[in-house]
Design a protein. Structure first.
Length: 250
C-alpha cells in the first residue's frame, strides 16, 4: 500500500516515528504536498546531528498534543529554540486517562479508546484545524509522546479532510510499526527498559494494533457518517476545510 516509507521517514538517532505525510494521492487525483506536515513522537532526546537535520526543515509551528504533565516531565524539545511557535493542545485533559479507562475499560490501545478521545469535547480539534487553516503556520510538526495514538487520530482526521482514502489512512497509521525496534534499542542503550519490560514487550508497546485505526474510523462512520461529517458537526466550517485543502494539496 505504501512503498515509499524510507523516503517519508526520518531515522533520527534520538527521535522516533518522525515522518512526512506528503506524497499521498487523494481520491480526486491531487497529491498531499511534501514538507508541510510532519508527525512524530517526542523530540527532547535528539542528537546534534538530528538537530541539524531538523533545523533544515524550517518548522514554523510545533503542535504538542501531550498533557501538561508529560511536557513538564519530558520537556518541549528543541523546536521553540529554533524559532517555531509552540502550541500545546492536550487531546487527553488532566485526569483524562482515568476517564478513558472508566469509559472503555483497560483495553490498551484500541479503536474504542481512540473514540473515547472524542468524549472530551471538540476544543482540541477546533484549535488544531484552525491552526492548519492558516498557511502562515506551516510547516508544522505535530506530535505526542510516541507519535502514534493522539497523533494518529489527528492525522487521520487531516487526511480525511484532504480526501485521502481510508486504506491509505490506515496504512499510514501502521507505519509506526516500522520504527519500533530502533526505539526499543535506543531505550535499552540509554535509560534501560521499564520494570517488567524486555525487548519484545517494549517493541509491542511502541507499536500500534493492526485494527485500531480501522475500528476507530468504523466507529466514527457508524455514529456520524464519516470523519469529515464528524468534524463538520463539531464546528469546523466548509471554508476552513477548503482552505486546508488549498494549503496541503497540489
Amino acid at each position: 500500500m505504501i512503498d515509499d516509507y524510507l523516503e517519508r521517514h526520518y531515522p533520527f538517532e534520538g527521535c522516533f516515528n518522525f515522518r512526512d505525510i506528503g506524497g499521498y494521492l487523494n481520491q480526486d487525483g491531487k497529491i498531499v504536498k511534501k514538507g508541510l506536515y510532519f508527525r512524530t513522537g517526542r523530540q527532547d532526546r535528539m542528537s546534534d546531528q538530528d538537530l541539524s537535520i531538523l533545523s533544515d526543515l524550517k518548522i514554523s509551528t510545533q503542535i504538542d498534543l501531550r498533557k501538561p504533565e508529560e511536557v513538564l516531565d519530558q520537556g518541549k524539545g528543541p523546536l521553540e529554540a529554533m524559532g517555531a511557535n509552540y502550541i500545546n493542545i492536550a487531546v487527553i485533559p488532566e485526569g483524562g486517562s482515568d476517564q478513558l479507562s472508566k469509559l472503555v475499560g483497560d483495553t490498551g490501545i484500541s479503536g474504542k479508546r481512540y473514540l473515547g478521545y472524542l468524549e472530551f469535547g471538540p476544543t482540541s480539534w477546533l484549535r488544531l484545524f484552525g491552526i492548519l487553516a492558516n498557511e502562515d503556520n506551516l510547516p508544522v510538526v505535530l506530535h505526542c509522546t510516541a507519535g502514534k495514538d493522539r497523533t494518529g487520530v489527528s492525522t487521520a482526521f487531516l487526511l480525511s479532510i484532504l480526501g485521502v482514502s481510508r486504506d491509505v489512512i490506515e496504512a499510514d497509521y501502521l507505519l509506526t510499526n516500522r520504527d519500533t525496534e530502533r526505539q526499543a534499542d535506543f531505550i535499552e542503550s540509554t535509560v534501560g527498559y521499564p520494570d517488567g519490560y524486555d525487548r519484545k514487550s517494549m517493541i509491542a508497546a511502541a507499536g500500534v494494533p493492526k485494527n485500531a485505526m480501522k475500528d476507530f474510523l468504523d466507529g466514527v462512520e457508524s455514529k456520524w457518517g464519516s470523519a469529515v461529517e464528524y468534524l463538520e458537526k463539531i464546528g469546523i466550517t466548509h471554508e476552513q476545510m477548503d482552505t486546508i485543502r488549498n494549503n496541503f494539496l497540489e
